[in-house]
Design a protein around this ligand. Structure first.
Ligand code: SDX
Length: 428
């Protein structure tokens, strides 16, 4: 076996370099020694949108795109979705191992006793128009929540860091549910420590007030699974934003607000909302051929399809498809599922999609379930953000503990003009 190095020959200078290989990567900084003249800055790598750049090492989540594999801390997603509670998986993602019974009980108590929002937040929420987009509200209210905790800025204090990690995990579901109540002109419903995290979310969303609330077991199980499936996904756009903002040592509430803002985009978590609007626009399976023509021509995108990493079926989409059937037994079948299934069937058999390795992703079927549960389309990305708070926080604290990390500050290839002479306006 030859040495773990890359031999690079710079034909401009005929110099040769031996660059060490680590985990099948080379360090971009090792390229800086490659210069034409001694005073040169040295070579960089150029990688728009980080298509082939790892900017961190991590032990949180494995996404093997070629084989459609997703594992949290080494545990396959299907096993976790089938057997664990969301808070159990949140513990796993944040602490690195499944909790023992006593650890889980303590963790659940810590989270469920912190789910209610401080009084300032509902008052802030009431300032939003009722038709304000819930994701814009989630971004704003996450940052607003942070303004109530000045010690959240002590990000290097481990005890304070975990205090606010727990607070954000606890209040993430409440930020979404309370705003939903405001948008519907309904009063706020506080959580009940007797319920699960998913059960409390449903209570805060749909309880008609007064007395106990008992969620439908099948619906509670579905939300629990959907939250688990959305909890983390390694270095996606939103998580990279969390890490980038966190690298300047901003507080976790501000970083999470930024991560949620990235998730809001239709190419990312906003896709689940875009899928429902697409299915509604298609309206009937008879309109699918014309719609697919507009996709093949590049005029439209098949939202909920494709992925930067998965070049195989997103394992989460497979699980969500099964959850949909369980939910429809309670809510009645969402007719849009027929359009979605037909779209999938066509896409998986058509060269345009096969050549581009476009498969359904996590966002393709989730919205059909949320709609069947009576959750408005504008709330769909909030349903993504709520559990993803766990992944953002796990990745953020991993970044802060990584002694190789520092403030994120990429370079550029400058191609613009230099040394231009200022021209007074009357002479321009
Ligand atoms: C999420 O990163 C993560 O892990 C994200 C996520 C997570 O858990 O955090 O998994 C969640 O964001 C899932 C993705 C949700 N987004 C969508 O469903 C929106 C629709 N999908 C696409 O816009 C697209 O597939 C992306 C954004 C998901 C990935 O885009 P890439 O990797 O940048 O690929 P690309 O845009 O360069 O497309 C490559 C080719 C192009 O065709 P050509 O120019 O080569 O002819 O594939 C085509 C694209 O036009 N293409 C699509 C398509 N997605 C890509 N064509 C039609 N419909 C699509 N959905």
């Amino acid at each position: 076996m030859s040495k773990d190095t890359l031999s690079i020959r710079d034909n401009r200078t005929e110099k040769e370099y031996e660059i060490p290989i680590w985990e099948d990567t080379i360090r971009a900084m090792d390229l800086r020694q490659i210069k034409v003249k001694d005073g040169d800055f040295g070579m960089m790598s150029y990688d728009p949108a980080f298509l082939n750049t790892a900017n961190t090492k991590s032990t949180v989540t494995l996404v093997d795109g070629g084989n459609g594999i997703l594992q949290y801390r080494g545990y396959p997603i299907a096993d976790l979705a089938e057997n664990a509670s969301f808070l159990e998986v949140a513990y796993l993602i944040l602490f690195g191992e499944l909790p023992k019974a006593g650890e889980l009980a303590k963790w659940e108590a810590e989270i469920k006793t912190q789910m209610a929002l401080p009084e300032a937040l509902p008052n802030i929420m009431k300032a939003f128009p009722k038709d304000a987009h819930p994701m814009g509200a989630f971004v704003s209210n996450t940052a607003a929540l942070g303004t109530l905790y000045p010690d959240a800025r002590e990000v290097l204090d481990e005890e304070l860091r975990w205090k606010h990690i727990k607070n954000l995990v606890a209040k993430s579901a409440s930020l979404g549910a309370y705003f939903y109540r405001h948008s519907q002109g309904l009063g706020f419903v506080d959580p009940d420590e007797k319920l699960s995290y998913a059960g409390n979310f449903l209570r805060m969303m749909f309880h008609e007030g007064g007395g106990d609330y008992t969620p439908d077991p099948a619906v509670e199980r579905a939300i629990n699974i959907l939250f688990i499936l959305h909890a983390d996904h390694e270095q996606n756009c939103g998580t990279t934003t969390m890490r980038t903002i966190g690298s300047s040592q901003a507080d976790p509430y501000s970083a999470a607000a930024g991560a949620a803002a990235a998730l809001y985009g239709p190419l990312h978590g906003g896709a689940n909302e875009a899928v429902l609007r697409m299915l509604a626009e298609i309206e009937d399976v008879s309109n699918i051929p014309a719609f697919m023509d507009s996709v093949r021509s590049g005029d439209k995108r098949l939202m909920g399809f494709g992925h930067r990493v998965y070049k195989n079926y997103d394992p989460r989409a497979k699980i969500i498809k099964k959850v949909a059937e369980d939910v429809f037994k309670v809510t009645g079948r969402n007719p849009l599922l027929d359009i979605a299934l037909e779209l999938e069937q066509i896409a998986l058999s058509e060269d345009y999609f096969i050549e581009r390795k476009l498969y359904p992703n996590v966002d393709f079927y989730s919205g059909i379930i949320y709609q069947a549960l009576g959750i408005p389309v504008s709330m769909f990305t909030v349903m993504f953000a709520i559990p993803r708070m766990v992944g953002w926080l796990a990745q953020w604290t991993e970044m802060l503990g990584d002694n190789e990390q520092k403030i994120a500050r990429p370079r550029q290839v400058f191609l613009g003009p230099v040394d231009k002479k200022f021209v007074p306006i009357e002479e321009r």
